[in-house]
Each structure stands twice: as structure tokens, then as C-alpha cells.
Ligand binder design. Structure first.
Ligand code: CO
Length: 204
């Protein structure tokens, strides 16, 4: 079963060691990534690959539509470990244009549990209906909703007590909002980087 994946794995490990004989020994010793990536589960948005980072360099949390819900124990555990233990310097919330999760949130179809998960996106749509309705077509509205969702999740992360406590003890930590384009492989920085307590109120 899955023999092609196992053989891919053997070839990958062999290539890594050939390029850098100490690679796995070093990684085994400790992980000290400087970045936490909060991204979408979409298979077309592979975190490490997009920013060309090796194993050990990026701490990753992914879920449908890159949400950071303040009641989600999974996300909160990742966030606390990243901030308090790993002491990452940057947290990137990374959405992507053409996100199926964002589209599913607002297309009116019933899918089950995921409809509850995606509820925060419907709230953002409701809040920004006037801005979204002024856009020329459905695609532009969904792309903007992807951006608004990222900005809202940056706010969720930046207003979390783990992050606020880190800033209160002068730990260096910035929260960034990016949207990745499936079309050209490039990341669009939304310019909402938040590095201090006082900056949180600028976010939506
Ligand atoms: Co997505």
C-alpha cells in the first residue's frame, strides 16, 4: 500500500543526506523555527514550499479557510507553544485567493459540520456587505472576502492573551497577513503587520 509514497520518502531522505550529511542529526537535536504559519488546508498551498524553508524552520497550523478562532483548543495550543516555548518572531496568517472554504461559507449550500466552522466568514461578509457589493463581480467579492478574512484572523491572533502577554514582557513578535495567489505562486502582503499592543485597534 502506498508504495510510491514510501519510495518517494526514501529517495527524499537520501537526497537530503547527500546534500547535507548532518541534516537529520541536527534536526533531531532541537527545533527552533522563527515562524508560525497559520494557513489553509488546501493542498495547493504547501507552507514550507511556498517560502522555500526546510524542515525545522517553520511551525505550521493549517485548517479549512485559515481561521484562528479564539475558542479552538487546537489552534490555541499551537499558538501558545509557538509563542511561549519556541518563541517564534513572526506569525503569518496566510489565506489564498480562490479559497474553497471561503466560497463554501457564503454560497448558501448545506454541507454539515463545516458550515459551523465557516460561520466567522459569514459574519465578516455581513459586516462588509456594502464594500463587497460595490465590487464588479463574484470573483472580486470572494477575493476581497479572502483578504478581509485574513485581516480578521490577524486581529484574532494579535488580540489573544498569549500574544498580548508576550508583548507585555517585551518579547519580539509580529503578526502578518498574507494572501497567496494560486495563479502565479506569489504572496500578497496585506500590510497589516502588528507588532505592538497599541496596533491591534487598527485591524478590522
Ligand atoms: Co482555502
Amino acid at each position: 500500500m502506498l508504495d510510491h509514497l514510501k519510495s518517494n520518502n526514501r529517495a527524499w531522505a537520501t537526497r537530503k543526506v547527500a546534500a547535507d550529511p548532518g541534516f537529520f542529526k541536527r534536526l533531531e537535536g532541537q527545533q527552533a523555527p522563527e515562524y508560525l504559519w497559520i494557513g489553509c488546508s488546501d493542498s495547493r498551498v504547501p507552507a514550507n514550499e511556498i517560502v522555500d524553508l526546510d524542515p525545522g524552520e517553520l511551525f505550521v497550523h493549517r485548517n479549512v479557510a485559515n481561521l484562528a478562532p479564539p475558542q479552538d483548543a487546537n489552534y490555541l495550543s499551537v499558538l501558545q507553544f509557538a509563542v511561549d516555548v519556541l518563541k517564534v518572531k513572526h506569525i503569518m496568517v496566510v489565506g489564498h485567493y480562490g479559497c474553497g472554504g471561503v466560497r463554501a461559507a457564503v454560497d448558501g449550500q448545506r454541507r454539515g459540520l463545516v458550515d459551523h466552522w465557516l460561520h466567522p466568514i459569514r459574519e465578516i461578509q455581513h459586516q462588509y456587505r456594502a464594500e463587497l457589493d460595490a465590487l464588479p463581480d463574484e470573483r472580486a467579492r470572494l477575493d476581497r472576502l479572502c483578504e478581509l478574512n485574513v485581516i480578521r484572523q490577524v486581529r484574532n491572533v494579535a488580540s489573544d492573551v498569549f500574544v498580548q502577554d508576550a508583548w507585555a514582557r517585551d518579547q519580539t513578535l509580529s503578526v502578518h497577513g498574507w494572501v497567496y495567489s494560486l495563479h502565479n505562486g506569489l504572496v500578497n502582503d496585506l500590510g497589516v503587520t502588528t507588532s505592538r499592543l497599541e496596533e491591534v485597534d487598527r485591524l478590522i
